[in-house]
Design a protein around this ligand. Structure first.
Ligand code: SF4
Length: 439
């Protein structure tokens, strides 16, 4: 080290890390706000910080080889004549045609129908694939209104009013011009190759009182047959859930900050909303305060990756979970093939979050004919069915280990936390103690 003081050979500043420096350079050079797909990239508290207390002498496990543990769930029992019956407590989240390509939409439709679960349309209206699907299709009413048509309401198993979504609570959507091909432009009634910025709030109602009128209107349009869901990005959860339920929601869809997105400003994805694990108990307590927990069902989404995450969400009081990013991964997102095309995007398999570019290497979030042809609909539908089945078996295994005969019998008492932060957020004891911080 001749002549060099080793103390000066430091790595990048913790404050101005390499990523922060790159972001500043990019903003300075382009003058544009950074956009990203997929979801939050930095670590935030999540379900990994919770573990189950299996059975022992105090609780006895349920034998899996006997009757086992049931998994069926019904959504929308509060008012609807035809609630949604699900074979498993897992639904497929809203992924719009536009954000994903036609083959991906077809894959999701097939897998949902064959797995006895529901698929939500996402912004941009209902596609012919969804109209013809044998499965339960939940039709989203988003602030942007793109592709919305009143005639389509009757094709749906339920309606979902999107107040906000976890990846960008308080923000509108963006469909980049690269993803508005001829078919998407017809579906959304947009000129081709034109970026679509959708509204952050609904044009026809402003507050909870007007939301209640909107829900009433939708019920009458659909003859009180189908459930009305209200989707909320997780922010002021207790207050928002209370208002949505008082406005008449049958089901609350609660979307934490780890939720996926096809294309959103990075500043929203990384810095707005609260983690899913912190949101669930607030929602459950709001429902309990209204005396409506389990009568108004709670569907939780935002970073659900496997059966363990789902089982923990159920134990905290959810009735079902919804998966988006994990479903896309099951059908090939970030799969290490076509590495050359990942490199062209400046990334590699396993680190790709470039859905907004319209150049998805595995053919999911693209409308490019050659790229889209890489997605084998039948094979990937089977992969997603397998994944849903594995998740269900994992939830069952955990519930049986906790002595439950139905997955909805899981409860907060079955969980402890591995960190003080997770204990405070999930309101379960720190492992090895009876201490719940703040309670
Ligand atoms: S592989 Fe495709 S779907 Fe997955 S993050 Fe990249 S662009 Fe998006």
């Amino acid at each position: 080290m001749s002549g060099i003081d080793a103390r000066h050979l430091v790595s990048a500043s913790a404050m101005f890390s390499l990523e922060v420096q790159q972001a500043i350079h990019r903003a300075a050079e382009t003058g544009t706000v950074a956009i990203q797909g997929l979801g939050v990239s930095r670590p935030v508290p999540h379900f990994d910080e919770l573990v189950f207390l299996g059975a022992g002498l105090v609780r006895r496990p349920v034998e899996a080889c006997g009757e086992g543990c049931k998994t069926n769930v019904t959504l929308g029992t509060r008012h609807a004549q035809r609630p949604i019956q699900l074979a498993r407590p897992i639904t497929l989240a809203g992924m719009s045609y536009g954000a994903v390509g036609y083959n991906a939409k077809q894959t999701l439709c097939l897998a949902a129908a064959r797995s006895g679960t529901s698929l939500t349309t996402g912004e941009g209206g209902i596609t012919d694939l969804e109209r013809q699907s044998n499965g339960a299709i939940i039709y989203q009413l988003t602030p942007g209104r793109s592709g919305l048509h009143p005639d389509d309401l009757c094709h749906a198993a339920a309606l979902e009013i999107v107040v906000s979504q976890g990846a960008r609570p308080g923000g509108g959507g963006l469909l980049p011009a690269a993803k508005v091909n001829e078919r998407v432009s017809q579906q959304r009634r947009l000129p081709p190759n034109t970026a679509m910025y959708s509204a952050a709030r609904h044009p026809d109602w402003l507050d909870a009182d007007e939301l209640s009128l909107k829900i009433r209107e939708l019920r009458e349009l659909t003859d009180w047959q189908i459930p009305i869901l209200v989707k909320l990005g997780a922010t002021r959860v207790a207050e928002d859930v209370t208002l949505a339920v008082k406005a008449g929601a049958d089901v609350i869809v609660l979307d934490g900050m780890q939720a996926g997105t096809g294309s959103s400003p990075s500043v929203f994805v990384e810095h707005v909303g609260i983690p899913t694990v912190a949101a669930i108990r607030q929602a459950v307590e709001a429902l309990q305060a209204l005396g409506l927990h389990r009568e108004v069902q709670l569907v939780v989404s935002g970073g659900i990756r496997n059966g363990a995450d789902a089982a923990k969400a159920l134990a905290l009081g959810a009735d079902a979970v919804s998966i988006g990013t994990a479903a896309l991964m099951a059908i090939g997102c970030n799969r290490p093939i076509y590495n050359f095309d990942y490199h062209k995007l400046g990334t590699e398999a396993g680190a790709c979050h470039h859905c907004h570019t319209g150049r998805c290497p595995v053919g999911i979030t693209t409308h490019d004919v050659q790229l889209e042809a890489r997605l084998d609909v039948e094979a990937e539908a089977e992969h997603l069915q397998n994944f849903l089945q594995v998740m269900t078996l994992e939830i069952q295994a955990l519930a049986e280990a906790c002595g439950k005969r139905h997955v909805l019998h899981l409860e907060p008492e079955d969980l402890v936390a591995l960190s003080v932060e997770a204990a405070a957020m999930a309101k379960v004891p720190l492992a090895g103690t009876h201490w719940i911080p703040g309670v």
